[in-house]
Design a protein around this ligand. Sequence first.
Ligand code: MIC
Ligand code: SF4
Length: 637
Amino acid sequence: MGKTVTEKIIGPHLVEGEMDRGSEIAIRIDQTLTQDATGTMAYLEFEAIGIPRVKTDLSVCYVDHNLIQSDFRNADDHRFLQSVARRFGLYFSPPGNGISHQINLERFGRPGATLLGSDSHTPTGGGLGMLAIGAGGLDVAMAMAGKPFYLLMPRIYGVKLVGGLSPWVSARDVLLEVLRRISVKGGVGYVMEYFGPGVETLSVTDRAAITNFGAELGATTSVFPSDWQTKKFLDSQGRGEVFTEIIADADAEYDEVLEIDMSALEPLIACPTSPDNVVKVSEVAGKPVGQVLVGSCSASSLRDLMLVARTLETREVSREVSFEINPGSRQAVENLVELGGYATLVHSGARIHQPGCLGCIGMGQAPATGTISLRTFPRNFPGRSGTVDDQVYLCSPEVAVAAAVTGRITDPRELGDFPELKLPEKYLPGDQRIEVPLADGSGIEIIRGPNIAAFPDFEPLPEDFAGEVLLKAGDNITTDHIMPAGARVLPLRSNIPAISEFVYNSLDPDFVARARNSSGGMVVGGDNYGQGSSREHAALAPRYLGVRIKLVKSFARIHKANLINFGILPLTFIDPDDYDRVVQGAEVEIAGFRQQVSSGGDEIIVKLDGVAVRTSLAVSERHRQILLAGGLLNWAR
Ligand code: MIC
Ligand code: SF4
């Protein structure tokens, strides 16, 4: 049988297991990336493992999230990360340089390689034909220590692209269409692999926009083949020598197939408050807009910024709109200046910021009360923008610039002729601020600010469990619900005791007090629990507050892995109807807790107010050992 691109990359990286769908495999990791918001914890964990230097081919430490320095905390973390990179042999990309995924694509990605990143949008690298996976910081720390990455061999969802995109319709619309069809949980357990005649009409920039946004499907990752477009992109980056061709065999078999005729696509938009709440732009056209943001790892490349600039050459930004540009990288800015686009943007009335995540993670740029904000970002979970009851819509740069001009949601095709876009054959690299690894960093002192707290100690799993249901939550709970981000909370990412004060704040402000007064906690949830980011703080901080069990209908992949890493039991209801019978505050009892976990049986009986409920613990034998030890670090020691 022929092979898919996914199998062609996993095969040579396999160190344990067989490529049988759904079974546990371990793969060798060639490259890693971290960003600052998850990186501080990842490096504290790496230090705790006790390896003198990273063992990967290449590891990069980026600072792109916590850019607002309203006190010493973020700046201290930046210095910590720079010193860590120097000490342990990593590349370092300082604040202002741009978003990890954008820079990794431009400067470091390599077709056929594996990349593990402590950020859920790591699959951006799939646009270059890499197997790029998002994970918790501890998994990335293990990879930097030379350990393989464990995952369930995904099923492969073939997305067949036919036709080509019409003017004013772009790569973002392709993924909005996939989200519309299969939803934010449609990709769970799959790699989304793109194939078909439409693929070669898409540049690597387009492909990366698709694999990036594909994180919102809940997929393990997304991948494109590596072909002449890949070679062209790498040549433009002066890195043609890392090219290898990787194309699926003609008789490759996919577990599911979805076909998208790109010629038939219209401009699409995701309405509040979920990325899969997708409609045609024409259906919501006319609504007044107060803010338009172009940026984020999903749409901030030179192509996107030039499209906006060219559109604004003959137009002005509406005075009713705050139109803001967050470039993806220093490279994008330098080339934008070179092509004259920067001047056009300044003149048109755009507010241009430093390259980075910024408003995408609530680091500033919160919209005004009761106004609509249009964003080219990947997520519009409630409150993520920093404004309570926000109305955030997700769209392409084409739709964004049309709204910036008219002050209303507008189908960009109304703007008339699509501007001509010519991108350079050779980009200015824009990587002059990236520090290369020191040959020997052993003498470098690690600089720790007072906000950096030591990694908390966690106890092993207790013999028996007695506690209470601390919270009952619904479906599609995001990690933003569990552990909010934003300018106020993000500076506490390297301080677990401090950040734990914010756990579940938006769902229930009394949760923290309740958890503190309880002898042991369980949280109950619905389907797709823990979707969204890779932040391990969404496991670590609840664990710090005494949560030992999460019982839900189904989990998102990265969050489940993070729960195991920090010794929280991920249980699912065997009979989903039992969810309805659970009440918050119920007493929870598991007799022979340790014994039930170690025995290897899938079923665990949980007593809720004395009534037995059947639950399933779907984990590997290695996971059981980790859970018994109280978490991965305990186990590794
Ligand atoms: C996000 O987009 O939610 C983030 C912020 O980039 C997160 C990582 C984090 O919480 O630090 C992600 O996507 O993994
Ligand atoms: Fe940054 Fe937003 Fe991308 Fe997350 S989704 S890495 S916050 S730009």
